[in-house]
Design a protein. Structure first.
Length: 422
């Protein structure tokens, strides 16, 4: 039975002191045992040792001074199982014992985060040197937020399979997140690799997804490859400027003809580009300089569009830029306003606390916006004296998901992410 659930009995462990007590401890970040460190009384100093052998079996308690596991949790489909090598009644502290048992019951009932996604992801055949994309939808089937802390790509193929965008994010309960993966073959061969998703999921803290793709022989034509993945202009003072450079590489076998480089939309006047039309020989490159010239306090997320005879069409380079009231005022502005919310995440009510620093009164506007940038609640917009203030935020008109508290004063914006869990 133990082998079926991914647990193996190893040995009897003898260890203790004159009073027959030995400490058992938990594992960092484990949903059941994080921070646990308590003595227990062992008759004749005897206790079993366990080993996790199944792919979903996770140790969560061990002896403090002996390298031996004492408790393992395992998931088989929709069934959760806990195997303990000693009776919890051996834990001498009644409060800590009851707390541990309650956490075990909560885990068994599935109140924590649970990750679900495809086990395999296949890319379409892609020319060597070109990039194709696939979406991996990650679902949190649990009842509390799922926090993804990192996404690892097998090192040998880390230049062929890549994550586009953030490698860390939070998914509210019963919600999904679309992760964009890229495939860029170097040669006309088949690629078989994996990615691993690290999170606080109770069912699979390390979730592996197998990825495959086929590289095919490149056809004739110019191919654009950029030297950077994005351009970032941070804390540029209004009335000043900042410049960034990048290279446009032609990795194809024919001449590349760039006809235009633009920043579309209303932000175009804030950027200047030193050259927007030119040719690049096969195997050569051209350096382009982009300058951000803010005229007002602003925060921008946009794209630089490169139009050419590139085989796969126009190429976009993400741009982020923010302007402040002046470089010399950056530190002062960042210390002007602080915002916090407790509890966060929350189900019904949270208390917003903000502190206005300095020695003069200021107009402060506080609002709550959703992930799409829409204002869903106006909290306050009036003049405040320096000090700390609190407001109650009720989620009755909010659905589960991620929101942002935005506080603005004197050309400075402070933003705090909050999560509503229902």
């Amino acid at each position: 039975m133990l082998n079926y659930v991914g647990v193996q009995f190893i040995k009897q462990v003898f260890q203790g002191v004159g009073d027959g007590k030995i400490n058992i401890i938990g594992y960092k970040d484990d949903p059941i045992s994080n921070g646990f460190d308590q003595p227990c009384t062992l008759i004749n100093y005897l206790a079993p040792g366990l080993k996790a052998t199944g792919s979903t079996a996770v140790p969560f308690l061990r002896f403090k001074n002996v390298d031996s596991v004492v408790a393992i949790r395992s998931t088989l489909g929709d069934t959760k199982i806990i195997v303990m090598g000693l009776n919890p009644m051996a834990i001498t502290n009644t409060y800590e014992r009851n707390s541990l048992v309650n956490k075990c019951l909560q885990w068994l009932q599935g109140v924590g985060p649970a990750i679900s996604c495809a086990e395999n992801l296949s890319f379409t055949s892609t020319e060597a040197g070109q990039t194709s994309e696939k979406t991996l939808t990650i679902e949190n089937k649990g009842k509390s937020p799922l926090t993804v802390t990192d996404i690892e790509v097998e090192y040998e193929f880390s230049t062929n399979f890549m994550v586009k965008g953030n490698k860390s994010f939070t998914i509210p309960a019963n919600s999904t997140y679309d992760l964009i993966l890229q495939f860029k073959p170097s040669y006309a061969i088949q690629y078989d690799s994996w990615i691993r998703i690290y999170s606080n999921a109770e069912n699979a803290p390390i979730k592996q997804v197998n990825v495959t793709g086929i590289g095919k022989q490149a056809t004739a034509g110019p191919v654009i490859s950029l030297s950077v993945q994005n351009l970032s202009f941070s804390n540029v003072g209004v009335g000043s400027s900042d410049s960034k450079t990048f290279r446009i590489n032609n990795t194809g076998n024919q001449e590349l003809n760039v006809t235009n480089i633009t920043v579309p939309g209303a932000y175009a006047p804030l950027f200047t580009i030193d050259q927007t039309a030119f040719t690049v020989a096969a195997g050569a490159n051209k350096t382009v300089t982009v300058t951000f010239n803010p005229t007002e306090v602003v925060s921008i997320e946009t794209n630089l569009t490169i139009t050419s005879n590139n085989k796969s069409g126009a190429v976009q380079l993400p741009i982020t830029a923010n302007a402040i009231v002046g470089v010399e005022d950056a530190l002062q502005a960042s210390q002007m306003l602080n915002v916090n919310a407790v509890p966060n995440p929350f189900t019904e009510n949270s208390r917003i606390e903000f502190t206005l620093n300095g020695d003069m009164s200021r107009q402060v506007a506080i609002s709550v916006i959703d992930a799409a940038g829409r204002t869903v609640k106006q909290v306050s917009d009036k003049t405040f004296e320096p000090g700390t203030y609190t407001f109650d935020l009720n989620s009755s008109n909010l659905s589960s998901g991620t929101y942002y508290i935005v506080a603005k004063t004197n050309g400075y914006t402070e933003q705090l992410q909050i999560v509503v869990v229902k």
